[in-house]
Design a binder for this molecule. Structure first.
Ligand SMILES: Cc1ncc(C[n+]2csc(CCOP(=O)(O)OP(=O)(O)O)c2C)c(N)n1
Ligand SMILES: [Mg+2]
Length: 341
């Protein structure tokens, strides 16, 4: 799907670019690290060793990995509670992400934010939020600041399909389009909002068309296909970097688990879920890299091994890390006067 309502937004019909082999392997490394960290978090919660509400990201790995590859460290991302793939892709150290899930002092928010409030300004991960749709206006503000300051910085907002029926989403798209902000809206359409399928809460399920009513450059892409996702995101990022304004990308995926790591998904049609698992983007991309001869088995196995080791180490270290000291419980709540000026 490609919808153009924006004057002058027609793009040349040049063949889509491919990521370099090195870029593809970096995307794969992010994807496998995310999957392994996702599965380990799920099992630690199930075992009662990690007391946190965890929103699995399985099914989103290709979109997240591709996004990370398209952005500079100085670019910004605002994400949601379903954020593990986004934050790792943006370069937040795995160790500090896992420590934050455990509420430990080495976490991104010194253990005081928890899984829904990861942030690391040093790599441009500006906020993750638990309120559906609330990250979009924050992203608009960040993008407006970059525009006013004349910075070449892109802001990305990631959010679910459900967020597209929230008021803040519509305000954000409207203003971003009006002001031609350097912003990329990445909708991670996993077809579900908690227990409700997309068609159960939106009369129009074509999210790219719906978004285009704001005269915004709008595309739909197979979010299980890492190369297609990279192409769509890199084009949107180039578009914004050229000062041509925001894009909306509907990345079509499927939620491969329940809403949280411990909630059931018996209401999800079995055939749909099975079909989605059959297209699992992580082994799918691995297979594609092999058959396309981008990498051989030994190279991919080495990436898998490194990912596995880093996940094991991050969990061991997070478990052993102390919680933040009581004396720090009210620090980092307000900006201090010195930093404000
Ligand atoms: C404003 C608001 N309404 C309701 C909720 C409860 N809630 C949490 S997640 C969620 C589903 C949102 O679905 P979607 O945007 O598709 O994201 P997904 O969880 O599928 O990634 C809801 C309704 C909330 N957190 N915030
Ligand atoms: Mg959803």
């Amino acid at each position: 799907v490609s919808v153009n309502l924006v004057e002058g937004s027609e793009e040349s019909e040049a063949p889509a670019r491919l990521p370099t082999p090195e870029a593809m392997l970096r995307v794969y490394a992010t994807m496998i690290t995310t999957r392994l960290a996702n599965d380990r978090t799920t099992s630690e919660v199930a075992a009662g060793r990690l007391q946190a509400t965890f929103y699995p990201v399985s099914g989103l790995e290709a979109v997240c990995g591709a996004m990370g590859e398209c952005l500079e460290p100085t670019d910004y991302v605002v994400s949601t509670y379903r954020n593990l793939g986004d934050v790792l892709a943006k370069g937040v150290p795995l160790q500090s992400v896992i420590a934050e899930l455990y509420g430990k002092a080495e976490g991104t928010s010194k253990g005081k934010g928890g899984p829904m409030h990861l942030q690391d300004g040093s790599v441009g991960l500006m906020a993750t939020t638990g309120i559906v749709g609330s990250g979009l206006p924050i992203a608009v503000g960040l993008a407006l600041a970059a525009q006013l300051e004349g910075k070449a910085r892109i802001t990305v907002a990631t959010f679910g399909d459900g967020a597209t029926s929230i008021g803040a989403y519509h305000e954000a798209l409207n203003l971003a389009s009006l002001w031609r902000l350097p912003l990329v809206f990445i909708c991670q359409n996993n077809q579900w909002a908690e227990h409700t399928p997309l068609a159960g809460y939106a009369p129009s399920t074509d999210l790219a068309s719906r978004a285009s009513s704001y005269a915004i450059r709008s595309r739909a892409v197979d979010g299980f296909d890492a190369v297609a996702a990279w192409q769509a995101i890199s084009e949107a990022v180039d578009w914004a970097r050229d000062g041509r304004g925001p894009s909306f990308l509907e990345c079509q995926t499927y939620r491969l688990t329940g809403h949280t790591s411990v909630t059931d998904s018996s209401y999800v049609p079995e055939d749909e879920l099975q079909a989605a698992w059959n297209r699992d983007p992580v082994p799918g991309f691995r297979e594609w890299l092999l058959t396309s001869e981008v990498a051989d088995e030994a190279a991919l196995a080495a990436i898998d091994e490194r990912a596995n080791a880093s996940v094991t180490e991050a969990f061991e270290r997070a478990e052993a890390c102390p919680p933040p000291p009581l004396s720090e419980r009210t620090s980092d709540v307000f900006a201090d006067e010195e930093r404000k000026s």
